[in-house]
Ligand binder design. Structure first.
Ligand SMILES: *Cc1c(COP(=O)(O)O)cnc(C)c1O
Length: 380
């Protein structure tokens, strides 16, 4: 922890004595629970943000330079989780622009996972033999500064040819699993989303429909009775939820995740490993355990993709391995996700794991356990 603070210290804050607005009054009103209110009242400008958070000089500069990059938006709910005076608040770093977004390192790319080159139809990424990624929109409720799809989100340029996608899937019966993502598909109305899911469900070769979202974390009010009652008509239906930090686990999030689980929707987590946010084995273990308590099965920890302007977020693969080493054997197996590198250039997700096999020879494998004790397995 000490090290990550040193990495990210900003100049002293220019806000001493300033009193910041809070959402204390709004939180008492029923509209706080209304997801459409949360969405409509998102903080989308520097001027608005300054009312709630002490913005550093560097962040202010980044706002002024913005426009050619990722848009800015944060829900009132999520802003409320951020300490207004702490420039190192972990959630703050993930949503407020920094000047580093405007520098590109040699290894960084616009489309690091090579999605655009694997699109047989606009909006559909078909990389793996039996499953596809369906990017149904480009809008999110909150824009993550490390977004792997910053080339698309909020650009106004993302094209989706829905009818062509359904035709493609009807003509490709080898596809048995569709992952709906975006943008964030839960930004859509229940009706629009149901249109998409029911069209997919009408294709007999599609066995599994799943949806990737950050809404339960950044706008948990989105999970309503109406939504879960709609989704549960389309079982087997699964959800992957983006979580970053234990500070995101709130009573509202707990309520949302319980509603999903009670509707029989299995939920899985996706966490991006981010420097100064969650690159700490103790913190990551706590996050995994907290998610498991919400009946979310930790699924993936992603090495941060080399997307343009994200160098300040990237950690070493050694750090990821250290985190995995701290999980396996030390906590419930259910709480242990797979650490993956989404291969730059479009090779797909590749698991990376600490080495527990010390040596192999015919008939004999030498292994170590989580404590470092060495064992032999003899094959006769
Ligand atoms: C992540 C991903 C999937 C789903 O992968 P699983 O490992 O099955 O969860 C499918 N298609 C693309 C292009 C992906 O990036």
């Amino acid at each position: 922890m000490a090290q990550m603070l040193i990495n990210h210290l900003d100049p002293p804050l220019p806000c001493s004595g300033k009193v910041f607005k809070t959402f204390a009054a709004e939180k008492l009103s029923p509209e706080w629970q209304d997801w459409k209110w949360q969405f409509r009242n998102r903080i989308t400008s520097l001027e608005q943000l300054k009312d709630y958070i002490c913005v550093t000089a560097e962040e202010e500069k980044a706002f002024q330079a913005a426009g050619k990059n990722l848009p800015f938006a944060v829900t009132p709910y999520y802003i409320d989780l951020i300490d207004p005076l702490d420039p190192n608040d972990p959630l703050r770093k993930t949503v407020i622009p920094r000047m580093t977004e405007f520098t590109t390192t040699a290894a960084e790319m616009v489309d690091p996972c090579g999605e655009d080159s694997h699109m047989p139809v606009p909006g559909l990424v078909h990389r793996y033999p039996d499953r596809v990624l369906f990017l149904v929109n480009e809008t999110c409720s909150v824009y993550c500064r490390y977004c792997t799809r910053s080339r698309i989100v909020g650009s106004g340029k993302h094209k989706v040819e829905f009818e062509e996608v359904y035709d493609y899937l009807r003509n490709h019966p080898e596809v048995r699993d569709v992952l709906i993502s975006g943008g964030d598909p839960l930004v859509m109305s229940d009706e629009k989303l149901e249109g998409i899911i029911s069209n997919l469900r009408a294709i007999p070769s599609i066995e599994v429909v799943r949806l990737g979202t950050k809404m339960p974390t950044v706008l948990p009010q989105r999970i309503t009775e109406n939504l879960v009652n709609m989704l549960k008509k389309y079982h087997p239906f699964f959800m992957s939820i983006h979580f970053l930090h234990p500070n995101e686990i709130t009573p509202e999030v707990e309520r949302a995740c319980n509603m999903l689980a009670d509707a029989g929707i299995p939920t899985f987590s996706q966490t991006v490993l981010l420097k100064g946010v969650n690159d700490d084995p103790v913190l990551m273990k706590s996050l995994m355990q907290k998610m498991l308590k919400l009946r979310i099965r930790p699924y993936y920890i992603y090495q941060c993709d080399p997307v343009q302007g994200t160098s300040h977020f990237r950690t070493s693969i050694d750090k990821g391995l250290e985190i995995m080493e701290h999980l396996r054997g030390h906590t419930t197996g259910y709480a242990i996700p797979t650490y993956v590198v989404d291969a730059p250039g479009g090779g797909g997700k590749i698991p990376v794991s600490p080495d527990y096999v010390l040596s192999r020879e015919p008939g004999k494998t030498v292994l170590r356990n989580f404590k470092g004790d060495v064992y032999e397995y003899i094959e006769e």
